[in-house]
Design a protein around this ligand. Structure first.
Ligand code: SF4
Length: 306
């Protein structure tokens, strides 16, 4: 018997198909961008054991989720182990992550360490706790990586985190420095990777909603959100709103530095420069104003995201 759909059923069916198509496109984009970042920086190789740091926030859930998809199709065979550090913040729902990880069948380790009390004890009320808290967390995660035999530590920082860090360092630290997609840890003993380095935060927000990750609020410690980071994030979003594609362009710039056109004598030997007599298009153009492509020709989200 041929069922005839009512008008409202047709509308609902169309909407569901559209949502499904959008989710499929988003999944493809996330996998492609992670695959590119992993490849460009040689983040994961055959036989790696990747420790995926899960905080319970949307970014780390997405990191694990997309890494699992990548693992299925990557030429290299590697292992994943999820790790959460339960810092014993009041109200932390300690069953959420183990339940989720058991349900999706990922090997995991929950490290219970009451850093919350240590930080509360050491830092006077009203002062920011983040720097001590992060230092303690970092040390614990390095130890856990050793105990688990992890060869890589994967963190959920994304493209927008990296750019925000770049501007924070420039505005408040007087340095051109961001957060690397891959870097050896400060103790010199671990390889830290950021497979979401090319991914826009907005895509992670949408993916978390689509996948219905059981996100744990990040305000449990009671610390104020980093005001400077919030301001920089708002500034970047405002630029992006006025000039779509600007964030992608700025990220591209991080991969395209020209030390001879900056002013750091440790990165370029200005003192030892000699005239070569050979024309060089990258040489100084003296009085010529720099030229840029017309705004419309700049890389846009549409160009970069297929
Ligand atoms: S926001 Fe809270 S949990 Fe995060 S680093 Fe700061 S003190 Fe630690």
């Amino acid at each position: 018997m041929n069922a005839v759909l009512t008008e409202s059923e047709v509308v609902r069916f169309d909407r569901e198909r559209r949502v499904e198509r959008e989710a499929h496109k988003l999944e493809k984009r996330l996998c492609r961008l992670m695959g590119e970042a992993v490849g460009d920086y040689n983040m994961i190789v055959q036989g790696d054991k990747v420790m995926v740091c899960l905080s319970g926030g949307k970014d780390s859930y997405a990191l694990l989720d997309i890494l699992l998809k990548l693992k299925q199709r990557a030429p290299a065979d590697f292992e994943l182990v999820a790790v959460n550090l339960d810092q014993k913040q009041p109200g932390f729902p300690e069953h959420v992550l183990p339940d989720y990880l058991a349900r999706i069948g990922v090997p995991f380790h929950i490290e219970n360490q009451d850093t919350y009390s240590v930080v509360k004890d050491k830092i006077p009320d009203g002062k920011t706790m983040c720097s001590l808290c992060s230092r303690l967390r970092r040390g614990i995660l390095y130890r856990v990586a050793d105990e688990l035999g992890a060869t890589k530590i994967a963190l959920g920082h994304h493209r927008d985190d990296i750019l925000q860090t770049f501007f924070l360092n420039m505005f408040f630290g007087g340095k051109l420095k961001a957060m690397a997609p891959k870097l050896v840890s400060d103790d010199g003993r671990h390889m830290v990777i950021r497979p979401l380095a090319y991914v826009a935060e907005q895509d992670l927000v949408r993916w978390a909603a689509h996948r219905q990750f059981p996100v744990i609020p990040c305000t449990l410690c009671g610390s104020q959100e980093n005001l400077q980071r919030k301001q920089v994030a708002a500034m970047l979003q405002e630029w992006e709103r006025k000039h779509p594609g600007r964030i992608d362009t700025m990220f591209t710039a991080l991969q395209n530095i020209v030390p001879s056109h900056l002013a750091d004598g440790t990165q370029y030997d200005f003192k030892g420069l000699t005239v070569t007599g050979v024309a060089d298009n990258e040489g100084d153009k003296a009085f010529d104003a720099p030229e840029w492509p017309a705004a419309a020709a700049l890389p846009s989200l549409q160009v970069i995201r297929i």
